[in-house]
Design a protein around this ligand. Structure first.
Ligand code: GTP
Ligand code: MG
Length: 453
């Protein structure tokens, strides 16, 4: 799948900036570099030169940086040109370079093509390549730090560790398969069970980390539901810290879904305020309520809200419960606690967070409940960044290891199946670092990168 011809892209984002960078990557760029700069240059040394346009007119004073293969980001020869960051300057320079490189078939890079080449040339594994894209798109401090950790290889090392433990066990099992008479006490003799235990424990730990890492990247969607007037929109405004949704004493104020991305402890939470659930003849409100039901079906976490003075019908609550998948956590919230008497406050309902949106009471507890609900553990800062793809592959590996463990209890009759489950677990892990990945998936992952990366 690797293309050999050189590629070029403006690596800095569109707009006007102090500095703009053009990158070229390819094999044997020495003569092109000499043409561009006007003389041969030393690798890894900044060289000031007159940047020309296609007509040979000087358009800027620029720096050239040459990285010789294989000591470059892509593993190929790489030329970087740092000039002033105006769109016209960059466009003129790029056109000139495309002209100079025409003979060698220099073409515009596709999104992520530099990183793809780095990956295919073994400069990065897939986790690290993905971490670059995540670092560029990171919105929070935790996301930056998590992506940087993955880029450094923290996640990859853990996956590779597991793979080598599984490989060791597989070698043992498969060599036994070749000598059936030794199968008898294999599982005991080779301490296969002990090794399995170590592998399973390590995988579990890695999975927990990856789940945390995924939260940093993708966060979760939180849907606010309840009867009209319980204060859903007020709570959204409270969590967002600004007046996003219209709040009125009229029941049935919100009709359209209102979505807002907020950060709680650096975790992105996509909060969705919905139309209050009730029987209604109003066509617009009815359509809004349908959207509420839809949101509940797709939520990662649901906030079920009651309030003093506004009691949702039990029937509606049962309906809501029936729609929420058992795996989706529900936070029970009681709003307008400011209206409760001291007596009422003595008899609070269990497992319910009491708040007052108007008086901003209990909001920190509510945020803590949201984080706990989505499985964010306070002690696990310092996590590397992970994606859904990684978590899913780890879960697949875990399922195969569980099956292998089960088979190991059956004794030696199942040794071949045991070996097969180990192989499947290893394959799933291989998909994470990209050692074993179908080409189409690879294309999909890199196409999500930006141009010039
Ligand atoms: N006293 C008191 N009033 C509140 C509180 N939170 C919201 N309210 C009031 O309750 C009324 C309804 O609030 P909204 O936030 O519009 O309620 P909603 O659940 O979004 O209502 P719909 O959009 O109609 O479903 C408004 O008059 C708010 O000012 C609270 O904590 N205490
Ligand atoms: Mg509302």
């Amino acid at each position: 799948m690797i293309k050999k011809h050189p590629i070029i892209a403006i690596a800095t984002p569109p707009g006007n900036g102090g500095v703009g960078i053009i990158r070229i990557s390819g094999e044997n760029l020495l003569s092109l570099v000499e043409q561009v700069v006007g003389k041969p240059i030393k690798p890894r040394t900044a060289e000031l030169f007159d940047l020309l346009d296609a007509k040979g007119v000087c358009i800027d004073s620029a720096l050239a940086l040459f990285f010789q293969a294989p000591a470059s980001f892509t593993g190929e020869d790489v030329l970087e040109i740092h000039c002033h960051g105006g769109q016209a300057v960059l466009r003129l320079a790029q056109n000139h370079l495309l002209g100079l490189g025409k003979k060698m078939n220099l073409t515009l890079a596709e999104p992520g093509e530099f990183s793809l080449r780095a990956y295919l040339n073994g400069k990065l594994d897939l986790i690290q390549a993905e971490a670059i894209a995540d670092l560029i798109l990171a919105q929070s401090d935790a996301a930056v730090r998590g992506a940087a950790r993955s880029l450094k290889g923290e996640f990859s090392v853990k996956v590779d560790d597991l793979v080598s433990l599984i490989t060791k066990l597989r070698v043992l099992v498969e060599s036994t398969l070749d000598f059936p008479e030794e199968e008898i006490d294999f599982l005991e003799n080779a301490q296969a069970r002990g090794q399995m235990k170590t592998i399973t424990a390590k995988l579990e730990e890695l999975l927990a980390h990856a789940k945390q890492g995924r939260l940093i990247r993708d966060g979760a969607s939180l849907v606010l539901v309840g009867a009209p007037n319980v204060g859903k929109s007020s709570l959204l405004n409270c969590l967002a810290g600004e007046e996003l949704a219209i709040v009125t004493p009229v029941a049935g104020t919100t009709r359209d879904r209102i979505k807002e991305l907020i950060l709680i402890d650096d975790i992105p939470i996509h909060v969705i305020d919905t139309a209050g659930l009730r029987e209604t003849r109003d066509e617009i409100e009815r359509m809004g309520i349908e959207r509420t039901w839809d949101s509940i079906k797709n939520a990662d976490i649901v906030m079920l809200i009651d309030a003093a003075g506004v009691w949702g019908e039990n029937k509606t609550k049962e309906q809501i419960q029936a729609l929420i998948k058992p795996s989706v956590p529900v936070i029970r919230v009681f709003n307008k606690m400011d209206l409760l008497s001291a007596d009422d406050l003595q008899n609070k309902e269990q497992n319910t967070v009491y708040v007052s949106a108007t008086n901003k009471l209990g909001i920190d507890q509510l945020k803590a409940a949201i984080l706990a609900g989505i499985g964010k553990h306070p002690g696990q800062e310092g996590s590397f960044m992970a994606r859904r793809r990684h978590v899913e592959a780890l879960l697949t590996a875990q399922a195969h290891l569980k099956r292998a463990e089960q088979l190991s209890l059956d004794g030696n009759q199942s040794l071949e199946l045991f070996a097969e489950e180990l192989r499947l677990a290893q394959d799933a892990l291989g998909e994470i670092t990209g050692k074993l990945l179908p080409d189409d998936l690879l294309g999909k992952i890199f196409s999500e990168f930006c141009i010039g990366k």
